[in-house]
Design a protein around this ligand. Structure first.
Ligand SMILES: [Zn+2]
Ligand SMILES: [Zn+2]
Length: 288
């Protein structure tokens, strides 16, 4: 028999502890957390995902993220296995076998919702969630291999590696420097205190905060009255690990609700229209 051995993956102990804590406080997010847990476990497997990734493309426009114009290689069999696992966790069993994992990953990295919807045979909104999580191990691999090439002078509101809008803002350390963090690839980039990531507004008259009236007050929501965008913000002692960004995003859903209730929203347009291709590498010696 040539079937690969079934491997059960586990998250690291510090991830498991934080996961348990977020689970207990957010039972309504169980499906989402199960997907995130699978992505954390999968992301430990560097041998699978640190595949052929070319150096950043020369002559990229200054405002283009590192992955713009890149061709990213993945092992089809590993990608298919992971996408099927996520689809099963999300309740998309029947449809999962017909999904082309590389297609889905490419659409996910490009944040091309229309293309994801076209791949869906069941509920497209569930497949969008699966796609978002499916891209995490691959984008983490990209961050590991080329993240160091991000310019320290990156100034845009979107992620310097993958072009997504920031998931949250960190006020880091005693100096409270403001870092935006990407919830897909985990990259962070330092930005000025007063600057909307979405529309670059810098006037303090149009930038403000929403803070919970009672209970926890360290976390808040940064809002912009010019574009009505918002981003969740929290103080941190030191840099949050990449997976902490994903888990804190789930742990702070109440802040999203508060912002939406007050008429703020996440931008509908993408941070950057990333041109990226996902191709198969190392097809291996076994073919069906
Ligand atoms: Zn990113
Ligand atoms: Zn704005």
């Amino acid at each position: 028999m040539l079937w690969p051995l079934a491997r059960r993956r586990h998250v690291a102990p510090d991830q498991a502890q934080r996961l348990a804590d977020v689970r207990q406080k957010n039972p309504e997010s169980e499906t989402w957390l199960a997907l995130v847990e699978a992505a954390l476990a999968e992301s430990q497997d560097a041998a699978t995902w640190d595949a052929a990734l070319p150096a950043p493309v020369d002559h990229r426009p200054a405002r283009a993220p590192l992955l713009d114009g890149a061709v990213v290689g993945v092992h089809r069999r590993s990608a298919s296995r992971f996408v099927r696992e996520l689809a099963r966790l999300a309740g998309l069993d029947g449809a999962a076998h017909r999904l082309d994992a590389l297609d889905l990953l490419e659409a996910a990295i490009r944040q091309d919702d229309a293309r994801i919807d076209a791949l869906a045979t069941g509920d497209p909104s569930t497949l969008r969630v699966v796609a978002q999580v499916a891209a995490v191990p691959l984008l983490r691999a990209c961050a590991r291999t080329i993240g160091k090439d991000v310019s320290a002078a990156w100034w845009e509101g979107y992620c310097p590696l993958c072009g997504a809008w920031p998931t949250l803002a960190e006020f880091r350390g005693l100096e409270r420097k403001r870092w935006l963090r990407c919830g897909r690839c985990g990259m962070g980039w330092e930005v000025p205190w007063l600057r909307c990531p979405f529309c670059a507004e810098t006037s303090h008259e149009n930038l403000g905060y929403l803070a919970p009236e009672d209970g926890e007050t360290t976390r808040k929501v940064e809002v912009c009255d010019t574009c009505k965008g918002y981003v969740k913000a929290e103080p941190t002692v030191s840099e949050l690990p990449w997976w902490g960004v994903l888990l804190d995003d789930v742990a702070t859903v109440a802040l999203d609700v508060a912002a939406l209730d007050r008429g703020y929203h996440r931008p509908e347009r993408r941070g950057f229209d990333l041109e990226v291709k996902v191709v198969e590498v190392g097809g291996g010696w076994w073919r069906s």
